[in-house]
Design a protein around this ligand. Structure first.
Ligand code: BUP
Length: 451
């Protein structure tokens, strides 16, 4: 009989997208799939994507999970981290929901950002099922997470060496991790503690891309006993009907002439920094498609494009016909697949990095927060692009238009980046061929799910 699998994403598009792709993939491999949807969602992008996903995939069951709002929460806290917390504290509502499913579920995939839920669920008499984690970050950052509960991080050191793992540079560790009271840190630590309780950790990466870390995680030589790490990326796009307006502009541009600029779904840039980016793009003389966000949560975006970019800059962009700036959600995967795209100026969110790797699109990484410096290390080492490390974290300093101009030119004009990225794209495809590394691991997972 087909196994019935439930999936529980946490919050934010960077977490929802890989879950939707995993759900579609499991369903295409003869699994019955139920996707739990934590309600209310934080962003409009999440609710829109959930609605279109379920209409395009009627065979995947939707199960709404009403999350209890936090009693007193810091109004200045990151709304996505607060939602992770609300989901974790609502875990007591899950056993009746999950036990009501028919046929009974045999496995639950938890988001790494809410992995600690396993502690309560696995001890529930009606839920003695298999538990897996979906890690939404690089294997490299995940490997640091595995040891987080046992670490005292010292910012004065240069490197961090953990037994059995490639060493880490302290300057790449997100600053909140040096503060044990920070919500980001406390959540990561309790989620990291839960890792040893699951059967496997599924990840949107592939063996060639992160070979050293993946082998180390599965070597049995780390000082902590870890479950199997299961690299099954790059995740394939799921069916998503509907048109994206920016594609018609791209259709008119020559092959590999456009740099796609996007810093993810939840990066709030200052107006000063936006201006420097705009001027840097203009000065670079490269064509561009720029997706602009100025707030963490899309629902509260009220500022007009003209006000964000500045009227004179916007006029210059229009006059020179060098690029377009949009505030709306775009279909990033389709954009990256378009023949006109020659480079991707990105914050190096893990999904974005994998989407570029899959298509062999060279990246200019500007790491802003969270796991992004770890992700950029992977990108740089694999030859997928360049990373000006001295640009720092978001808001640390104003990155000037001349610096942006110089790096955009390098990305688009130095053909070595194009050929190295093409090689990454070929390896990514190979991982999914019959007998390829990711394809084989997916086969193993499906067999494990049938047990
Ligand atoms: Br913006 C935007 N269209 O307009 P990341 C993003 N995306 O399809 P993030 C679009 O959202 P975290 C848009 O393709 C990727 O799958 C994009 O995830 C898609 O960054 C996803 O790259 C964004 O991981 O999340 O959103 O900053 O903070 O978790 O890294």
């Amino acid at each position: 009989m087909e196994p019935h699998i439930a999936l529980l994403p946490s919050a934010g598009m960077g977490h929802l997208m890989p879950f939707l792709r995993l759900a579609a993939m499991l369903a295409s491999r003869n699994c019955k799939v139920t996707l739990l949807t934590a309600q209310p969602t934080v962003s409009a992008a999440e609710s829109n994507h959930l609605n279109s996903f379920f209409s395009a995939h009627p065979h995947i069951q939707r199960l709404d999970f009403q999350v209890v709002p936090l009693q007193s929460s810091n109004p200045h806290g990151d709304p996505f981290f607060l939602q992770f917390e609300a989901i974790i504290r609502s875990v007591h509502l899950l056993p009746p929901l999950l036990s009501s499913l028919s046929p009974p579920i045999s496995a639950l995939f938890l988001d790494i950002a809410a992995a600690t839920c396993v502690d309560q669920l696995a001890d529930h008499p009606s839920l003695s099922i298999s538990y897996y984690i979906l890690s939404t970050t690089s294997a490299r950052f995940f490997s640091l997470l595995t040891h987080l509960p046992h670490l005292t991080l010292e910012s004065s050191c240069k490197n961090l060496k953990l037994h059995g793992l490639p060493s880490f540079s302290i300057s790449n560790i997100p600053p909140p991790l040096f503060n044990p009271q920070n919500l980001f840190t406390t959540q990561l630590i309790s989620n990291a503690r839960a890792i040893s309780r699951v059967k496997g950790v599924v990840s949107n990466t592939f063996h060639w891309f992160e070979a050293e870390t993946i082998e180390a995680l599965n070597s049995g030589k780390t000082s902590i006993t870890l479950p199997q790490f299961l690299p099954i990326g790059p995740f394939k796009p799921y069916e998503d009907p509907g048109k994206c307006a920016s594609l018609s502009w791209l259709d008119e541009q020559p092959a590999k002439s456009v740099v796609y600029v996007s810093f993810g779904s939840r990066t709030a840039m200052s107006k000063d920094q936006i201006k420097e980016i705009g001027e840097g793009l203009l000065k670079s003389k490269q064509k561009f498609l720029w997706v602009l966000k100025s707030v963490i949560v899309d629902k509260v975006e009220e500022t007009e494009l003209q006000e964000l970019v500045g009227r004179s800059l916007l006029e210059k962009i229009e006059e020179k016909k060098q690029g377009i700036v949009v505030k709306e959600w775009v279909k990033q995967e389709e954009i990256l697949t378009h023949h006109a795209i020659g480079g991707f100026f990105s914050h190096c969110g893990w999904n974005s990095a994998m989407e570029a790797a899959q298509r062999g699109v060279p990246m200019l990484a500007w790491t802003l927060n969270g796991d992004q410096r770890f992700n950029a290390e992977v990108v740089e080492k694999a030859g997928l692009g360049l990373w000006p490390k001295h640009w720092g974290w978001l808001g640390e300093r104003l990155v000037k238009s001349e610096e942006i101009e110089e790096k955009i030119e390098e990305l688009m004009q130095d053909h070595k980046f194009r050929s190295m990225a093409q090689k990454v794209g070929e390896e990514a495809k190979r991982a999914w061929e019959i007998g390829g590394t990711s394809e084989k691991v997916v086969g193993q997972i499906i067999e494990m799910l049938k047990l």
